[in-house]
Design a binder for this molecule. Structure first.
Ligand code: ADP
Length: 633
């Protein structure tokens, strides 16, 4: 076994790899960009090397810098994690050419599975069932339209080089084909530099089921059973579990055998995942499960497999990379219980799941009741430069029901502030009746729509509880009631059971009153609250709400109509006004670029620019105060 390892990644997966390397006595080297100078993975590694500016293409995607860092620190091996360079065959080859150990499959295996059409053709030849469709080289639009008609609508157009849910178009009928093809090709050319597409039958009630495989350099390949990743939002996985609900033993055996066959067909070494799509309109049946693609790396959702098999997949990766035989044979592997993983993202479900970046002032997840794979800590920054995943919360219990209850309980008390998170959304997904019944498919979230989005404001009960904890806290510390509180008291006397009220401003700007006598007893429910100097945080059903309580007393935090706030995280590309300048209603103040679109922010009324914080070129966070307009007298 080698004794030092460089991790060519960041965030939770870098921390995850460091954890296993440490238990194996391997020295770890982290790499980091400007934005990650203070990141958790840098603090956890034995050594860290700065490799460039914050944008990934100037740091985490620059193979030469990573190899140089390995050389400079004497690291013997490189683990790529997932994303970034993990499926880049040229990088894998360059690592090997530099005399280093590549923790991953042979470059040729990566290449063989790199393009969706080539991979499908290869699998078809190896006798693995593939989704019915057209894989040909003839990309003439008329020919493709003919093929689509032959397959039968609805069809899916997929960029052969696509990934991450990008470069796919669902086409319901022939007259919509030409437009969808054009737009898919355009996206494919700009995102992947390759506009070739394939066409697939669109599977009804599709379920995403994948099999974890593992190979070594001695020709052994085993599978570690399946995962179900059907709960998706826009083709992105949200909650994953293992095993798959409703999978019977015969179907599992057929599926896992097909996966092993697929891995053997590309001489696979290391951890890989064979993704299948199942038509679940009549339950899971072996003859309705088809190969979709192979991911030639460790998956984000690998922990659920680790939980049910008791195998540390990163340890296996390192052992196999060092030339060892697989630590276990197929008959030594078994499924124990049920595991589920929820992906906690810094995003705002109420605003179309826009990424929400900034400092994590408050960050609490119960590490006691769940495995939490995270790359951030309290006071960490969620940077706009990378994937906004905060953590993966993983729970392992004897049954699926027990897992859902336990995971929902952990999410219910997850506190994240002021960054917005999808915790409340995940909690609602877990409490969905269909999901609970194991009746899931990739369209479930879209069908439920707004039912899964947490409300903007907490319930009256939660408001009362926030008020109660504030009052109890003050009493416990024998403090004098602050002016902003006591002025709202009605007949309050210490040590008497009189009524106390606290006025709050709710997240949507409405005012509400928390009344304490209603709820003193509700405290036993252990609702998570946290007092801040300007108000109270409360978590209800996984959603963190800030209730502002001081606005009466000092007026400091009252909403200014003239505040020009950034509607989403983005970049200021132009500032059209100067501080002190007079402006008229509707006049353009600045331009923001976000989500690849430009947004003009205009003056809400006639006045002067009383404050100007926006600087051209600067990254800004959602609700950042960019400028303030003071109304003309
Ligand atoms: P990517 O490489 O972008 O992740 P995939 O080919 O893995 O793309 O597909 C992503 C998701 O799209 C799948 O998990 C599934 O939800 C959906 N999908 C893919 N192929 C089909 C199909 N033929 N019919 C229905 N849904 C599909």
């Amino acid at each position: 076994m080698f004794s030092s390892l460089l991790i060519a990644n960041r965030g939770e997966i870098a921390c995850r790899i460091i954890r296993t390397a440490r238990t194996m006595g391997i020295r770890t080297v982290a790499v980091y960009s400007d934005a990650d100078a203070g990141a958790l993975h840098v603090r956890q590694a034995d050594e860290a090397v700065h490799i460039g500016a914050s944008p990934a293409r100037e740091s985490y995607l620059v193979g030469a810098k990573i190899i140089a860092a390995a050389k400079a620190t004497g690291a013997e091996a490189i683990h790529p994690g997932y994303g970034f360079l993990s499926e880049n065959a040229e990088f894998a080859q360059a690592v090997i050419d530099a005399g280093l150990i590549w923790v991953g499959p042979k470059p040729a295996s990566i290449t063989a599975m790199g393009l969706k059409d080539a991979a499908k053709a290869l699998m078809e030849a190896a006798g693995v069932p593939v989704t019915p469709g057209y894989l040909g080289a003839n990309q003439d639009p008329a020919h493709l339209a003919d093929e689509a008609a032959k397959i039968g609508y609805p069809v899916l157009i997929k960029a052969v080089a696509g990934g991450g849910g990008k470069g796919m178009r669902l086409v319901e009928a022939a007259d919509l084909f030409a437009d969808a093809l054009q737009s898919c090709q355009r996206e494919a050319a700009s995102s992947f530099g390759n506009d070739h597409v394939l066409i697939e039958k669109y599977i009804q009630r599709p379920r995403h089921i994948e099999v974890q495989v593992f190979g070594d350099s001695h020709g052994n390949v085993v599978h570690l059973f399946e995962r179900d990743c059907s709960l998706q939002r826009r083709h992105q996985k949200v909650i994953e579990e293992a095993p798959a609900p409703g999978m019977d033993e015969a179907t599992r055996e057929a599926l896992c055998a097909a996966a092993v066959k697929a891995a053997k067909a590309v001489d696979y070494e290391g951890a890989g995942t064979i993704e299948f799509i199942a038509d679940a309109s009549e339950g899971l049946r072996a003859d309705r499960i088809w190969f979709m693609e192979m991911n030639t790396r460790l998956q984000v959702e690998h922990p659920v497999t680790e939980e049910i098999t008791g195998v540390d997949l990163v340890e296996w990766q390192l052992r196999v990379a060092a030339g060892e035989v697989l630590p276990k044979q197929q008959d030594e592997l078994a499924i124990n219980g049920w595991a589920m993983e929820a992906r906690l993202y810094a995003e705002d479900p109420a605003k179309g799941f826009l990424p929400s970046t900034g400092r994590l002032d408050e960050y609490y997840i119960s590490f006691r009741r769940a495995r939490v794979d995270t790359g951030v800590a309290e006071t960490s920054e969620v940077s706009p430069f990378y994937d906004p995943m905060i953590a993966k919360i993983i729970v392992h219990r004897p049954s699926r029901n027990a897992v859902i209850v336990a995971l929902a309980d952990v999410l219910e008390e997850t506190l994240i502030y002021p960054v917005k998170s999808n915790a409340g959304f995940l909690w609602r997904c877990l409490n969905d009746v269909e999901f609970r019944g194991g009746d899931l498919d990739t369209g479930l979230i879209a069908r439920k729509g707004d039912d899964l989005i947490p409300p903007n404001n907490p319930s009256q009960t939660a408001i009362d509880i926030a008020a109660a904890s504030r009052v109890l806290d003050i009493e416990k510390h024998n403090e004098i009631f602050p002016e902003y509180l006591s002025r709202d008291l009605t007949g309050f006397r210490l040590n008497a059971s009189s009524r106390v009220t606290v006025n709050y401003r709710l997240p949507d700007g409405e005012e509400a009153t928390g009344t304490v006598d209603h709820v003193a007893r509700k405290r036993q429910f252990e609702v998570l609250t946290r007092a801040r100097s300007d108000g109270d945080l409360i978590v209800e059903a996984g959603q963190t709400y800030f209730l502002q309580s001081r606005f009466n007393a000092d007026g400091l935090h009252s909403a200014h109509d003239g505040d020009i706030l950034s509607p989403m995280p983005g970049k200021v590309i132009a500032v059209e006004v100067a501080a002190g300048q007079a402006v008229t209603k509707g006049q353009k103040l600045l331009t923001l670029e976000a989500m690849k679109m430009e947004h003009s922010l205009v003056a809400p009324f006639d006045g002067t620019v009383a404050e100007l914080n926006a600087v051209a070129g600067a990254q800004v966070q959602v609700e950042a105060l960019l400028a303030r307009i003071e109304a003309a007298e």
